[in-house]
Design a protein. Structure first.
Length: 339
């Protein structure tokens, strides 16, 4: 493990004014996205769409890193440059999703465990050769009747830490992603309780596994009401509850926290991040690692049509710019119209 190298990569990933694009949709997920624009999910369509995002004008001003999928890290731009190389030339750190997805946790109905540790050491060595300098592993914690159990939280925290240790051994910065889902009808208070228990378990395991905290990034959910809750907490309340929870459990030695959007609308995710940065006096960088919230507008504007390629890029650059503003707390709801 080269600690200096890990630290400098982690810092680059949370550079001021920038954030991370999650373009690591699995083949199944990208098919669902393409279905919304009536586009067949072929390898070329997927390559072309990723190229649209990675070659958008001024993208490097707002994007510090890109999470790739196994297929995508092996693909090239039209001119023949491998995607990781193209991104690195722009000063954007290429990364890779390495987990194999959340599978049912045996004996615990309604709960999941993320798989993918088998053979991970060898896969990380290959991905490093292909240009990846960080990785991502997502653990999923659902809130429902009698769940999550402490066992499910602990099992997922343990897997995240094992993955993190293997990444750092390979000189790859791990993004540690424990996602408490916002799918239910739970209150913001319940989300804060579960997020607290999850972060506590995760950092205990990271400590036990001797993770170098300065060489990792945390990718958590925001503390937010469930989508099905009819009386959802306001945006300022979400910002305050999230910052309060993170300050309790995330050591200041972690260089940055890059939120997932987790089903929020693009504007909602951007505004929440801006409000948190307005609170100020934070021990770590607070940034974004959005998938859908960065891509939805671009996907619609492109619509799978070659003559709308530039329109898709423009929509993506606009959303990235707005999130760049949220990084320093200067985004407001009015910014949407102005942009």
């Amino acid at each position: 493990m080269n600690r200096t190298e890990l630290e400098s990569i982690a810092r680059a990933m949370v550079a001021k004014g920038k954030g991370i694009l999650a373009a690591d949709e699995s083949s199944g997920t990208i098919k669902k996205r393409f279905d919304t624009i009536q586009l067949e999910s072929t390898e070329e369509a997927r390559r072309s769409y990723r190229e649209l995002l990675f070659t958008a004008p001024d993208v490097a001003n707002y994007i510090s890193g890109v999470i790739l999928y196994d297929e995508t890290i092996r693909q090239k731009t039209k001119s023949g440059t491998p995607f990781p190389e193209h991104l690195a030339k722009l000063g954007i750190v290429p990364g890779i999703k390495v987990d194999m997805g959340a599978k049912p946790l045996a004996g615990f109905p309604g709960e999941t465990i993320t798989e993918g540790l088998d053979g991970l050491r060898e896969r990380l060595a290959e991905y490093h050769k292909l240009g990846a300098r960080f990785a991502k592993w997502r653990a999923v914690i659902d809130i429902g009747k009698d769940i999550p159990s402490q066992f499910a939280i602990d099992a997922n925290a343990h897997a995240l830490a094992r993955y993190g240790a293997l990444c750092q051994e390979a000189n790859i910065v791990p993004i540690i992603e424990p996602e408490v889902l916002m799918d239910g009808d739970h209150s913001i208070e319940r989300c804060e309780e579960v997020t607290s228990a999850t972060l506590k378990a995760v950092f205990e395991q990271l400590h036990s596994h001797r993770i170098h905290l300065e060489g990792m990034i945390l990718k958590p959910n925001m503390v937010i009401s469930g989508k099905k809750n009819t009386n959802r907490a306001g945006r300022q309340q979400v910002a305050e509850a999230t910052v309060r929870t993170l300050k309790r459990y995330v050591p200041s030695s972690v260089p940055g926290i890059a939120f997932l959007s987790g089903g929020q609308s693009a504007a909602e995710a951007t505004e929440h991040l801006s409000l948190m940065n307005q609170i100020g006096n934070l021990p770590w960088e607070l940034t974004f690692s959005y998938g859908r919230a960065l891509q939805d507008e671009a996907l619609k504007a492109w619509g799978g049509k070659q003559d709308s390629f530039a329109a898709g890029q423009k929509a993506f650059a606009r959303r990235a710019r707005l999130n760049g503003m949220a990084r320093n707390g200067s985004y407001t709801a009015q910014s949407e119209q102005a942009a």
